[in-house]
Design a protein around this ligand. Structure first.
Ligand SMILES: [Zn+2]
Length: 501
């Protein structure tokens, strides 16, 4: 009896092993097949842009533009309006061809140009760049290799506040349009160019007013293109090629105040909990229990486009999200840049408690800055915070909140035109490979596009310059600069985009 039982058990184990090994082999087969299939599509042949651009001229123009201290302060009353007016006059003098366009100053300082196309009944498109800049933090001037408003041209760069954000793009657009006007080009439909003056402080007088004006004129925009991303070099882990991230949406934000009241008193005989400890627990809960995220919607699109260009291991994980989804999300969540793509982020920023070391606080407050992923609304995040904190003693107040933008189509006409112009700009004659990996991404900060999207069928955020992480540090920071060859490429990009409308 025992022998029979033993034989039966052995045969069962063999069968289970056979089927398990089979299942494992099948699994490996599926994973491998999906990984191999997850490879880049054959690139459409790119046509290098042959239009010559005078690097000396365009550099000098940007250098001059930087010297106008068109600074936006949080307190807009501090604005030096003369500098802004001088800049707008300089634009008129430097680019006389633009007199052929219809110019409407909006709130005096934003310039809105209309380039009449062959068929004005057709939906128009809008290019936009802002020429206001953020201040240089007092005391940091000495850290700049060249004075921040000198516009120095040195070591292959044009240096100064606004070089990347966003006067470089403004100048490149002006140069490209001037070239096309000189050549007698007329676009097939109307093209608008907006040079806005208050993007850094909320865009109320600039992009918002431009949008209202165009709405009043019943202008329809097929799509718009504004700042919000770059060609990223060595900035996307696992991808060797330059990545053109044409961003289809931007995050919103919520500044949420948490406050706790308590009786106060002397700290020598404290109660079990003070306002500070109650508040601290609420903050810990919020940071420990992040807003749920995931690889779906535009985040999934982003990784679907990027994945085929990655190394084998990353490709395998991304191609088999049905199996590795949870692991991937866990790993990506650890990287701040990737985490910001996955979810609404949670950042406690401001904190206050008692006024004295031996005085119990009567009130403790904190502000948490959330950056809203397009899938989450302000109300949804407020509900999340309430549920996670789960303590009625913590009062929640919305200080400011703005929903994320709409998500523009990644397969829309505008997107493919921008993508083609970028590929052509960086194409090398005779090369087999497309020069860029193009992805549809998400802008983490705010741009003028959040207004244009009310009007445009799709709003895209992309500047055609190559950006390295060293150059990224100049953004709102020290040593902002742009490579001169980047400027040339930018002019060629807008030239290519506009001449192929
Ligand atoms: Zn900007």
């Amino acid at each position: 009896m025992t022998t029979i039982k033993l034989q039966w058990e052995i045969s069962m184990v063999k069968t289970i092993f056979k089927y398990s090994a089979g299942a494992l082999l099948l699994l490996i087969g599926i994973v491998t097949f999906r990984t191999i299939s997850f490879s880049p599509a054959a690139p459409a042949p790119a046509r290098p842009v042959t239009q010559a651009v005078d690097v000396g001229n365009v550099s000098r123009h940007l250098s001059e533009a930087i010297r106008f201290q068109t600074i936006s302060y949080d307190n807009s009353a501090k604005r030096n309006k003369s500098r802004f007016l001088e800049f707008t006059q300089w634009v008129g003098q430097t680019y006389p061809q633009l007199q052929q366009l219809e110019l409407t100053p909006v709130n005096e300082l934003t310039l809105l140009y209309r380039w009449k196309g062959k068929d004005s009944q057709h939906d128009a498109m809008l290019l936009s760049a802002h020429y206001d800049v953020v201040p240089v933090t007092p005391g940091t001037e000495k850290l700049w290799q060249h004075s921040p408003f000198s516009g120095a041209i040195a070591d292959g760069y044009v240096w100064g506040r606004g070089a990347m954000d966003d006067k470089g793009a403004a100048i490149a657009m002006l140069e490209a349009i001037s070239l096309l006007l000189q050549q007698g080009y007329q676009p097939p439909h109307d093209v608008y160019l907006a040079l806005t003056h208050d993007e850094e402080i909320g865009s109320k007088e600039g992009a918002a007013a431009v949008t209202a004006l165009l709405q009043q004129r019943e202008v329809k925009l097929a799509w718009s293109l504004d700042e919000g991303s770059f060609v990223l070099r060595e900035m996307v882990p696992g991808v060797a090629a330059d990545v053109a991230s044409i961003n289809v949406a931007e995050k919103g934000f919520l500044n949420l105040q948490l406050s706790v009241q308590s009786p106060g008193g002397h700290s020598s005989m404290p109660p079990a909990e003070t306002a500070v400890s109650i508040l601290a627990r609420a903050l810990t809960r919020l940071t420990d229990q992040q807003v749920p995220g995931g690889i779906d919607g535009l985040t999934a699109d982003f990784y679907d486009q990027l994945g085929p260009h990655m190394a084998w291991l990353q490709r395998m994980l991304l191609a088999n999200r049905w199996l590795f989804g949870a692991l991937l999300e866990h790993e990506l969540s650890k990287m701040p840049t990737a985490n910001a793509m996955l979810r609404t982020t949670t950042a406690p920023t401001m904190l206050s408690g008692s006024i004295k070391a031996n005085v119990l606080p009567q009130q403790a407050t904190a502000v948490v800055n959330f950056r809203l992923h397009p899938r989450d609304s302000v109300d949804a995040i407020l509900a999340h915070a309430k549920a996670v904190i789960n303590d009625p003693r913590v009062e929640l107040t919305v200080l400011q909140g703005m929903a994320a933008s709409k998500v523009a189509a990644k397969d829309g006409d505008g997107f493919s035109r921008i993508s083609t112009a970028a590929q052509n700009t960086y194409a090398v004659a005779g090369a087999q490979q497309a020069p860029l990996v193009v992805v549809s991404g998400l802008t983490i900060g705010g741009t003028d596009s959040r207004f244009y999207e009310e009007l445009a069928g799709a709003s895209y955020r992309f500047n055609p310059m190559v950006l390295t992480s060293a150059e990224l540090g100049g953004f709102h920071g020290n040593n902002e600069r742009i490579r001169q060859d980047n400027l040339v490429k930018s002019v060629q990009f807008y030239y290519s985009l506009l001449s192929a409308l």
